[in-house]
Design a protein around this ligand. Structure first.
Ligand code: SF4
Length: 229
């Protein structure tokens, strides 16, 4: 049975110090996760954010960026995407993981946006989750990067690091999102994704984290970490 047990409160963690250390460790110009989307869509285009996020699932950032640019060079609205042949759409997405499935989802999404939302992307969690291929991670990215709504996008890095550091005690990213909402100041809801994705790629890596040089090592209980460098 999945359970969520959070005993911490906002004041239990010096968030300013923690994220100062994290951003220093990864480098302030480093871009990952939501930061890539914000960089690619500086004027907040929910449609581009939605489509790029679909492309990004199980795909490296650099592949996502290249595929998104190829696609948006041909079409950047639901109507124009539907004018593309399936071959061309798949060609734009390749070599993103599951590019054929993603092409199918993108086509279905564009059709729904045109038929039900006058070609616009809906701005509520419920409506976004009803779109094909859209889960909470994607919906939160669209809300935060596309609409500027405070939302916590929890991917595998955010989930892993939050648990290792003892900020939350959860088993699934959805539970981590709920738990973080209770303890994390709202000004960190959007940037925590980019920072912890970068930190998870460079320092607190999945297999063997670099604890010996980690700036959080003095305050991190390393929960669930059996070996480290
Ligand atoms: S001390 Fe280790 S487990 Fe804790 S945040 Fe740093 S790298 Fe991750």
């Amino acid at each position: 049975m999945l359970t969520r047990t959070t005993t911490t409160t906002t004041s239990d963690h010096p968030w300013d110090e923690i994220f100062q250390a994290v951003t220093t460790a990864i480098g302030r110009s480093f871009r990952a996760g939501i930061g890539v989307l914000l960089q690619e869509t500086p004027h907040r285009d929910p449609f581009r954010v939605l489509i790029s996020t679909i492309i990004s699932l199980r795909t490296r950032d650099e592949v996502t960026i290249a595929a998104s640019r190829r696609l948006f060079a041909h079409a950047d609205t639901p109507a124009t995407v539907l004018e593309l042949t399936r071959d061309l759409l798949e060609e734009c997405l390749y070599p993103a993981g599951f590019y054929r499935t993603k092409a199918e989802s993108i086509t279905k999404i564009c059709r729904i946006l045109l038929e039900q939302y006058a070609g616009e992307v809906p701005s509520t969690m419920e409506e976004l989750l009803a779109l094909p291929g859209v889960g909470r991670k994607t919906a939160n990215l669209v809300l935060s990067a596309g609409f500027g709504v405070p939302a916590i996008c929890v991917d595998i890095h955010v989930h892993r690091i939050s648990n290792r550091c003892g900020w939350v005690a959860t088993r699934a990213p959805e539970q981590t999102e709920s738990a973080l909402r209770e303890i994390l100041p709202m000004n960190y809801w959007i940037p925590i994704n980019e920072w912890l994705v970068g930190f998870g790629q460079q320092v607190c890596t999945a297999g063997s984290p670099r604890c010996s040089t980690c700036p959080l090592s003095q305050r991190c209980p390393r929960i669930g970490v059996s070996r480290w460098r």
